[in-house]
Design a protein around this ligand. Structure first.
Ligand SMILES: *Cc1c(COP(=O)(O)O)cnc(C)c1O
Length: 450
């Protein structure tokens, strides 16, 4: 029977078999063989609009209020989720995060043209908002179309659950978050709690939570929001589009990004692919992924030219959002790195904390994951891959305020196994002018030599 529906402009497609396709309003997470799906766009339809016209459209929408195009994600709606009704979009005007010239830090490490893209300056404090607005909007559209979806759920200890809880709450859709009991910090717990998600603290670890969320999604029709759901990539890829737009469509030499489950680097590359294919940019930047040494399966595979991949048991790292030993999006990430002449570097715990601390002293306020990327950049310089005149964009994935525990411990010299090189604990003194004055002058002299 023929349907009266217009031809879809985007659909799910198996990574292994391009003939295996599903509509975006079908509840499906993997292909028949259990592999990942990706969202594929009708590129011929997009190419009917010229590159110059796309640029003009994107510019005209940025920072305006026309619903939903004022969002950094939905300002690129045709490239993200073209067939969704604007009424079903769930957005808090995420994206449009600042990309700025990190002049002083760049000078200190010998780079003239270093930029930071602060994706953490967003509604829930991490880039996860970019993907979650897309996923929750699609769920709202499916529910509006009559789908029986009782709730959306994820297993997470941090940023994913915060984003899911916020967007689901904005849409009035029940959200369920599975967390490992006693293994997460107050900051990680409070966002889903405050946003009214149903928060389960289970007597297990992250993998145990993942197992439960998969079961409730298979057996009870709860919609799965973990990163095997490829809808999130569509929103996250706008980070690449924004960087291009913010640099007047002239791409940098390098993009450096931290990676755990590796969805975000895949998303970054997917955005660049579309920009190149549709002619909005012509330069192909190189990509570097930074991993914590404690959770480095991609780094180990890179050492062997990606010929073998072995999942590892990730050890504890201050960069808790990338403490992942068996990344879901490994295959997509390897493809992405091959397309963008990619490199993988790693950072020890001490390196992460020291680099965060020295960068923070130039006015930044880095989360540990951003610290991993900054260490990776230093290693690229040491290897001669990044030269002093290269333009580099480091993607900062979360707001430093979400990860204050390790920072505080660093400055109080309480981090196990790490000797803090730049500690700056508060100076406790009696409230006495003379005492304060002497100490003040001594500190100014010590720190600034004046
Ligand atoms: C999720 C997350 C990452 C890792 O992204 P992946 O897609 O899992 O590679 C890095 N930093 C922060 C702050 C995150 O929340």
């Amino acid at each position: 029977m023929s349907t009266s529906k217009p031809r879809p402009r985007a659909w799910f497609e198996s990574l292994r078999d391009p003939t295996e396709r599903y509509p975006l309003d079908e509840v499906v997470y993997t292909d028949r063989s259990g592999g990942l799906l990706q969202v594929v766009h009708d590129m011929d339809a997009l190419a009917e609009t010229s590159a110059e016209e796309w640029k003009r459209i994107f510019e005209s929408r940025a920072h305006r209020n026309e619903w939903p195009y004022g969002s950094g994600v939905w300002g690129k709606k045709e490239w993200v989720l073209p067939d969704i009704d604007n009424d079903n979009v769930v957005s808090m005007y995420e994206g449009h995060t600042n990309l700025f010239w990190a002049e002083r830090y760049g000078r200190e490490i010998g780079l003239e043209d270093l930029w930071l893209k602060l994706c953490g300056n967003s509604h829930t404090g991490s880039f996860k908002d970019l993907g979650m607005t897309v996923l929750v909007s699609q769920v709202k559209q499916m529910i509006a179309g009559g789908a029986k979806i009782p709730a959306v759920a994820c297993a997470s200890t941090g940023d994913t659950s915060a984003a899911l809880a916020a967007y689901a709450a904005a849409a009035g859709i029940p959200a369920i978050v599975f967390l490992p009991r006693g293994k997460i910090s107050m900051a990680q717990l409070i966002q889903p709690v405050a946003n009214g998600a149903i928060v389960f603290a289970l007597d297990t670890d992250f993998d145990g939570c993942m197992d439960i969320v998969k079961q409730v999604s298979e057996k009870d029709g709860v919609y799965l929001a973990n990163s095997m759901n490829s809808l999130r990539i569509e929103g996250q890829k706008t980070v690449g589009l924004e960087i291009a737009q913010q640099l007047d469509w002239a791409m940098p030499d390098w993009l450096v990004i931290p990676g755990g489950n590796l969805g975000n680097v895949s998303a970054l590359a997917k955005g660049l692919d579309m920009l190149l294919e549709l002619g909005l940019i012509s330069k192909r930047p190189r990509i570097c992924v930074g991993q914590a040494e404690a959770a480095n399966p991609l780094y180990l595979a890179y050492q062997k030219d990606f010929e073998v991949f072995e999942p590892i048991a990730a050890r504890t790292t201050v960069a808790s959002a990338i403490q992942i030993g068996n990344p879901v999006s490994y295959d997509k990430a390897v493809d992405a790195l091959r397309r963008y002449d990619g490199v993988v570097e790693q950072a020890t715990e001490a390196e992460i904390m020291e680099e965060c601390a020295s960068a923070d002293r130039t006015g930044l306020f880095n989360c540990p994951h951003t610290g991993v990327a900054l260490v990776a950049l230093r290693k690229l310089q040491e290897r001669g891959l990044v030269r002093s005149s290269d333009r580099v964009v480091v993607i900062s994935t979360a707001h430093g305020l979400k990860f204050v525990d390790s920072k505080l411990a660093y400055h109080q010299m309480e981090l196990e196994g790490i000797v803090s090189r730049h500690p700056n604990p508060p100076i406790e003194l009696a409230a006495d002018y003379g005492v304060v004055r002497d100490e003040m002058l001594r500190e100014i002299e010590r720190r600034f030599g004046r």
